[in-house]
Design a protein around this ligand. Sequence first.
Ligand code: PHB
Length: 391
Amino acid sequence: MNSRRFHLITGAAAAAALAFGMHHAHAQADTLKIGVILPMTGQQASTGKQIDAAIKLWMAQNGNKAGGKTVEVIVKDDAGIPDTTRRLAQELVVNDKVVALAGFGITPSALATAPIATQSKTPMVVMAAATSAITAASPYVVRTSFTLPQAAVGLAEWATKNKIGKVVTLVADYGPGNDAEKYFAERMTLNGGKVLDKLRTPLRSPDFAPVLQKVRDAAPDALFVFLPSGQGAQFMKQFGERGLDKAGIRLIATGDVTDDDQLNDMGDVALGVVSSHHYSAAHDSPANKKFVAAFEAANKFRPNFMAVGGYDGMRVIYNALNASKGARGEALLNAMKGQLFESPRGPVLIDAQTRDIVQDIYIRKVEKKNGQLWNIEFDSIKQMKDPGKSK
Ligand code: PHB
C-alpha cells in the first residue's frame, strides 16, 4: 500500500474516532456508573440478595445524584465464580466506563478483580469479602465489610475469660477460613489455651458429618467455627442432630455462622451460641433501628452483615463523589480514604493508610425475644483495626 495514502486513511479514521470519542465522553459526562458484581445465584446467593437490597435502599433514601451528576448502578451476577467476576469487571471498566467497581461476595472474586482495578485506576469497593490480604492486592481496594482477624481475636479473648481452655477449630478451607483459624488459634495459645485439632471443610458443598464426628471424639470445651454466609443453618442443624450440644461441647463462632439472614430459622439449637462480629440486626442504636425498619419495609427479610457492608459501600462512594465533585480514578479513591461516619453497625473509619475498615467488634449471644432469634450484643472492643495488618 502507498504509505502516503495509508497515512491519509488512518488520519481520517483517527479524526473520526476522536470525534466519536469526544461525543461519547460528552454523552457520559452527566452519568456516573457504578459497576456492582455480586453472586445473585449459586451457593453465595444470599450475599447477593442482601447487598442488592441494601443498594436499592440506599438509592431510595439518597436519590440518584452525587457529585453533581446522575448515578447509575449496574448489577452483574458472577454466581460466585472468580473467572466470571474478572470478565464482568473488565467489561464494566472497558465498555461501561464505570467510575467504581463494587460488591465481591467472596475472597477469590475480589482477588481476581484487583489487578483490573490497579491497571485501570478504578476504585474497587469490597462490600463482602473479608480475607485480610485483599486490601494489599491493589492500592485501589477500599473495604466496607470486615476482616476475619477482627472477628476471631475478640472471640478468643472472650473464650479465655470464660474458662474455655481446650478448643477445636473448624473453618471453610480458603482465605477467610485461613485467617479465622490462624488468628483465633494464635490468640488462644497466647492466652494459655490449647487447640486440640484444626479441621476444615471445602468452600463448595461441604459435608459437616465427618468433621463433627472428629469434634465429638476430641471432646473440647468448645468448637470454634467460621463458615461463609449461607452455610450457617445447615451446619447448625447437623451440630444439633449429632448431639454435640448435648455432649457439652460449646459452640462459638464468628457472626457469619449465626447470620441474621438465616438465624431465625435455625431453631433452639442456636440458643446461647456466642459469636463475635461487626453487625447484628439487633444492634441497639437509633441509626440501626431506622435502617432495619426501612430495610424490612422494603424486603421480606432482615438485613444481615452483608447488607450493612453494601449500604456503607454506597455511602463511601456517594461521599467520595460529592467531596471530589464527580471525579474518577485516583482523585475519587483519595476521597474514599479517611471517611468517618455512623453506620447502622456503629462508628466506622476508612483507614487512610490501609484503606480497610476500623470498627467496633461485638460479642453477642443468640437469644429469643418476642418469639424471634437475635444476636444480642453484650460486650464490645472499640474501634479495632484489622489485626492482620500488623504482620
Ligand atoms: C469471603 O469469601 O471473603 C467471605 C465470604 C462470606 C463470609 C465471610 C467472608 O461470610
